[in-house]
Design a protein around this ligand. Structure first.
Ligand code: C5P
Length: 284
């Protein structure tokens, strides 16, 4: 089974507090976008021949997801998975989490739904904080360490430009770099979520509590944001970075900005958000 594995951006991300389990409580708005990896999954057993293709490779997080799935669903033979990467890695776009979630969904589909939706969500949250979001994507307000889907939000009718300076950033390093003074209440994210729900997004409320920490670890982010702001006032770091995005209401403006940032040497992608999905919507 071949499936698309979409990336995400965070329209809002507030870090509320450090927890005893070494994670942080967050309030965040996640939005799936049409930038996709491709995942291949086949059920285990002798009947299936697992082909490795040059551009496909196995990944640590998808192997972890399959092991967790095998333990929970008690399938006799572990399914196989490989990924063709197009989403930059360690970039704040959730590529690895997306791959893991869609491998879980595909494995469950191939098993004839050995696990219920809520059991699958439990397995997903064991694999990673962002993994449950990617079981259905779309746009959502999330809480906890990122694994609790609190509210579905409508998909904003905008164009998104991504830019990345070509530096990988480790999520744990960014969280470690956070200062207690950078923790906030979550109020800004709630207001932004309410504006999205009302169909009138207040883009001036875009906010990422990890941005200052990411910029300290990766100074090129600041210069890249300056280049993005030439084209739109609505710019932000996604997740723990180093990818940043700009929001555009007009396609031509997004494409013109993309040309400019690509010329300056940044990795770029311009496209649309992606609606909520089920595994069959993502089949190739
Ligand atoms: O959940 P995930 O495996 O993606 O998290 C990777 C690391 O990022 C965690 O081990 C932790 O250091 C940090 N993290 C955090 N708070 C979160 C999510 C992630 O501190 N809410």
């Amino acid at each position: 089974m071949r499936i698309k594995s979409p990336a995400k951006i965070n329209l809002g991300l507030e870090v509320l507090r450090r927890r005893k389990d070494a994670f942080h409580d967050l309030s965040s708005i996640m939005l799936a976008i049409e930038l996709c990896d491709e995942v291949r999954v086949c059920s285990g057993g002798h009947a299936e021949i697992f082909e490795q293709h040059d551009e496909f490779s196995r990944s640590g997080l998808t192997e972890q997801a399959l092991n967790a799935y095998g333990r929970s669903a008690r399938v006799k033979t572990k399914p196989n998975a490989s990924v063709k990467k197009l989403i930059p890695i360690a970039a704040g776009l959730g590529g690895g989490s997306s791959n893991a979630a869609l491998v879980l969904s595909a494995a469950n589909h191939l098993s004839g739904h050995a696990l219920s939706d809520s059991e699958l969500a439990d397995v997903a949250s064991l694999v990673g904080s962002d993994v449950p979001f990617f079981l259905s994507g779309g746009c959502a307000l999330v809480g906890g360490r990122g694994e609790i889907r609190k509210r579905d939000l409508p998909i904003p009718n905008v164009w998104i430009l991504l830019a990345n300076p070509g530096v990988e950033l480790s999520t744990p390093d960014v969280f470690r770099e956070l200062d207690n003074s950078e923790f906030t209440s979550g109020a800004r994210t709630s207001v932004l979520a309410a504006s999205l729900a009302a169909g009138q997004p207040q883009w001036n409320l875009l906010h990422n509590g990890l941005q200052a920490a990411s910029e300290r670890l990766c100074p090129p982010i600041r210069e890249m944001l300056v280049a993005l702001r030439v084209h739109t006032p609505w710019t932000l770091l996604s997740g723990s970075g180093a990818t940043c995005f700009g929001i555009f209401e007009i396609e031509e403006a997004a494409l013109a900005a993309e040309k400019d940032l690509a010329k300056a040497g940044y990795w770029t992608w311009a496209g649309r958000p992606m609606d909520r999905w089920t595994i069959t919507d993502l089949r190739i």
